[in-house]
Write a protein that binds this ligand. Sequence first.
Ligand SMILES: *Cc1c(COP(=O)(O)O)cnc(C)c1O
Length: 359
Amino acid sequence: MIYEDYYIFTPGPVKMSDEILEIGAKQTPYFRNSKFSEVIFNCEKGLLEIVNAPKGSRVIFLTASGTAGMEAAIINLLNRDDKALVVNGGGFGQRFVDICATHSIPHRDFRVEDTDLTNIEELAPKANFTSLVVNGHETSIGQLYNLNAMGEYVRKHNLFFIVDAISMLITDPIDMSAQNIDVIIASSQKGLALPPGLTMVILSPEAIDRVRDIDNLYFNFKDYLKNGERGQTPYTPAVTIILQLEARLAQIKRRGGVKESIKRAKEIAEYFRASIKDLPLKFYTSYMPNAMTTLTPTDGKRAIDIVNSLEKEYKIMVCPNGGDLRDVIFRVSHMGEMTKSYVDVLIDAMFNFYKIARR
Ligand SMILES: *Cc1c(COP(=O)(O)O)cnc(C)c1O
């Protein structure tokens, strides 16, 4: 099968565990019954725990990719009376800007470069915003923002806070209560290490109050909230991925909880970064998440050539960038079922590529 025997270091889909893969091989069950409602309730409870959601928070399960979660959150929770401050540090920040523009939500395109926004108070444009929108980890370049600082900022200015945490859940810390976050967007195929196709929007009680009537059928949160009361979704959900999510949440718990998962991701990231320090590569940003390392060649080689060589000669998938950054950076994900010996395959291949002996 295509790519089945490849080593996977792409930021979604990521390497999945055998336990989760086995569920994917089974017959998909019927779902309009109390047995499946139980599964949905378990998933909701588990997700709320992982992000430390305030009491009364709820989860909306959408059968779609992560971008649908971003768009659905914006259209259900912001309107033309809002003024959103949208952090734009790369491709995913730009996507939020495009979503706001598409739906005529007043917004400011807050372009940032080489900062984790610890000093957002000084950097942010001065205007009367009603909300702050950010991708906690800007996956296009591997940039992690300081959610503690942003949480302080939204508290001080009384802003509604939407965080796309798709590529930081389970690998990097996020705390909905402590960081004053109203909405978290999650997706199946990144740190959660499930197949793509399920996106989840976690709503605080304030966010639930804010859900408005919209001109949209499929993404109408009111329908999802109502159906969710009995553990159901308005339309056929990604049943198998939801079963896999339930198992994955149990797996995370069994392995010591989300803190332990974050610790392991950090260890893997640090192991990788320390192991390649003799190679002519440097880190693209100083604000790296545990989820990913973004690298720039320092010897004039083109990033895309490294990516292609790893794929063709070593059956290893790392992630190239498009556009201007194609030759400048490539990305190595640490999300999913990673072990040091699995990462060693990549490290050894990189040393081979450079014809340098690994010490
Ligand atoms: C992967 C990702 C998404 C979702 O992309 P889809 O292709 O729509 O699943 C959104 N935001 C961030 C930060 C991501 O890394």
